[in-house]
Design a binder for this molecule. Structure first.
Ligand code: SF4
Ligand code: SF4
Length: 387
């Protein structure tokens, strides 16, 4: 599938999408490349930075097996190349094997994003035999005590290291994802050593983004600026040194940036996200915007991607206000994150306050200044029914 073909070239007989007249489309929309399928919000861990929404869904709210299978077939029809099976903890879905099998049979690359603590070697082998292509393992910390404290789960590190070894034994590529914050910011050197020892292909050292539960735990999680600088310098050197051996992705904290990140590569540009109850979002945090989102129960996936009101709300550049509208960087960062803009300014179309050109940039500085100077409070752990 050509990732850059236009919607007009799609044959409706090959998809389940609805179609509207060409004249109604103003922005070129390409097929999505990737999809994040949040199969469940259930999880044995309770990380205080979890990006799931505060109002977590229960098992009874989740899409059933047949609906997910239909969604995955529609995703393949739509031209999606890669599906990330995530959560919560996706291995809590007993139909996970069926999902992997359906996607593999349609030639879609599958990545399982897991905390690993309830995965057995037998189940992993079974998933691989059904066509699983890749596994991404989250690591709370390389210190066992801190690891258990962050996830509020006993013996978590040892279980995760077992999973990492099984993944490599099964011949699957492995990514280690290490969310970074005040409680583990010094671990980058040891983390890189561990990733090399485990034979990981990729290591993501990603500073926590302050949405969802992390927004509730800002004061507990925000790192000091000086420590971020030391870490960033170390990781930059390691990236160069280990080129071709270990692929290291480093996601810096927005609060210390000069310009924002190109959030999701641009609103509704390359990827979509499906919640456990079937809402289709342009990014995993978009529910925080208070907009109405279509669900896969109401409408075919292709219709939502191409014609959905929420998906078209921030496509292109016409929605932008100054200073983004006339800024040469708008095609690089798309004005930053809509969720962060809304959370801090109340206006989802505002320039992301992470940008030094934003009239609201002082809000980011005020936040970091007030949080990092104080003794961190206890975590507010992620729990269903807590928010
Ligand atoms: S961030 Fe932690 S609590 Fe949230 S889904 Fe991942 S492992 Fe579970
Ligand atoms: S003003 Fe807008 S487009 Fe320009 S750098 Fe800042 S966020 Fe990006």
């Amino acid at each position: 599938m050509d990732g850059h073909s236009l919607v007009e070239t799609l044959d409706p007989a090959e998809t389940t999408q609805e179609r509207t007249p060409r004249a109604a489309r103003q922005v070129q929309v390409d097929p999505p490349l990737g999809m994040l399928a949040e199969l469940t919000h259930r999880c044995p861990l309770q990380c205080p930075y979890c990006s799931n929404p505060l109002k977590l869904l229960k098992a009874a709210d989740e899409l059933d097996t047949e609906t997910w299978l239909s969604v995955f077939s529609q995703a393949a029809d739509l031209g999606i190349l890669q599906v990330h099976l995530s959560g919560g903890e996706p291995t809590l879905r007993q139909d996970l094997e069926q999902f992997v099998e359906r996607l593999a049979s349609r030639g879609v690359y599958t990545n399982l994003i897991t905390a690993g603590v309830n995965l057995t070697q037998e189940r992993l082998r079974n998933l691989v035999s059904r066509g699983l292509d890749h596994l991404q393992l989250s690591l709370q910390a390389i210190d066992p005590v801190i690891s258990d404290k962050i996830g509020n789960y006993k013996n978590s590190l040892a279980k995760k290291l077992d999973v990492a070894r099984w993944v490599r034994e099964a011949g699957l590529p492995l990514t280690i994802n290490a969310p970074t914050h005040r409680h583990n910011i010094g671990q980058a050197p040891a983390l890189i050593e561990l990733a090399l020892e485990l034979g990981a292909d990729r290591l993501e050292i990603a500073h926590v983004q302050y949405y969802g539960w992390a927004a509730n735990n800002k004061a507990a999680l925000m790192p000091d600026y000086e420590r971020v600088l030391v870490e960033a310098a170390f990781v930059a050197e390691a990236k160069t040194r280990l080129k071709g051996i270990l692929n290291i992705d480093y996601v810096t904290p927005d609060h210390y940036a000069q310009f924002p990140k190109p959030c999701m590569g641009g609103w509704a540009k390359d990827v979509l996200n499906i919640t456990p109850e079937g809402k289709v979002l342009p990014c995993h945090a978009a529910e925080s915007l208070g907009m109405r989102f279509d669900t896969v129960k109401d409408r075919p996936l292709a219709g939502i991607w191409y014609e959905g009101e929420a998906f078209n709300r921030f496509r292109g550049f016409d929605w932008m206000k100054e200073p983004c509208r006339s800024c040469p960087r708008k095609e690089i960062d798309f004005g930053g994150c809509r969720c962060q803009a809304f959370a801090l300014t109340g206006d989802a179309a505002a320039t992301d306050p992470a940008c030094s050109l934003s009239p609201n940039h002082h809000l980011m500085e005020e936040i970091t200044g007030s949080y990092t100077s104080a003794e961190p409070p206890p975590f507010v752990y992620r729990r269903i029914g807590r928010a």
